[in-house]
Design a protein around this ligand. Structure first.
Ligand SMILES: Nc1nc2c([nH]c(=O)n2[C@H]2C[C@H](O)[C@@H](COP(=O)(O)OP(=O)(O)OP(=O)(O)O)O2)c(=O)[nH]1
Length: 177
């Protein structure tokens, strides 16, 4: 099973750079248009698969740096979700979702990603993974989620059919990840 992360930097519209604005007042989220790999051509948060023995937080920090050039202190990531993606009845990917309002730098495009600040009421769900509309609005409101999403039809996951899901909100997570 693949272990992966997603990171959603947030800011309030009036900010020109990241600061420690409370998540409750943030009304824009940094999405990327993914330029290659799984989910190519769709919007998502920065993120990717864990490498070596890194923790999910370390992975989210590294992927956000590599994809859009923002620097984040791992302690400033707020765990917001745990998502299980199942393909044809088998565990395929376990994804840790983080939010942050504290980061340094300006989002910059890379080979992998084109970053774009988006109003949280204008997230382009029609150009995203089909399940995202079910859990991302809750996450962007500052509530935690735990979900399982079933796909069928074989690899790759982004061409499989999304068939059903379970979702809990307002959950808590074990320390450390
Ligand atoms: N928003 C969202 N993200 C998803 C879903 N399913 C899924 O795997 N992801 C995320 C988890 C990872 O952050 C990302 C896939 O990892 P990745 O970006 O490293 O994949 P890749 O094939 O490009 O891998 P790589 O060659 O760059 O290592 O997609 C989904 O249903 N919704």
């Amino acid at each position: 099973m693949i272990e992966a992360t997603l990171c959603f930097p947030m800011r309030s519209r009036s900010d020109s750079a990241g600061d420690d604005t409370a998540a409750e007042t943030a009304n824009e989220v940094l999405l990327i248009e993914k330029r290659r790999g799984l989910g190519e051509g769709w919007y998502n948060g920065p993120g990717g698969k864990l490498e070596g023995d890194e923790t999910p937080r370390e992975c989210a920090v590294r992927e956000t740096r590599e994809e859009v050039g923002l620097e984040i202190d791992p302690a400033d990531l707020e765990k917001a979700g745990e998502l299980r993606f199942l393909l044809d009845g088998e565990e395929h990917t376990f994804c840790h979702v983080f939010l942050t309002t504290a980061f340094d730098g300006e989002p910059t495009a890379s080979d992998e990603a084109r970053p774009e600040w988006v109003d949280i009421d204008e997230v382009p769900y029609e150009q995203m993974w089909e399940d995202d509309r079910l859990w991302l609005p809750t996450v962007l409101e500052g509530k935690s989620v735990r979900g399982a999403f079933r796909f069928e039809g074989g690899e790759p996951l982004d061409e499989a059919e999304f068939v059903e899901y379970d979702l809990e909100t307002g959950v808590s997570f074990a320390d450390g990840d």
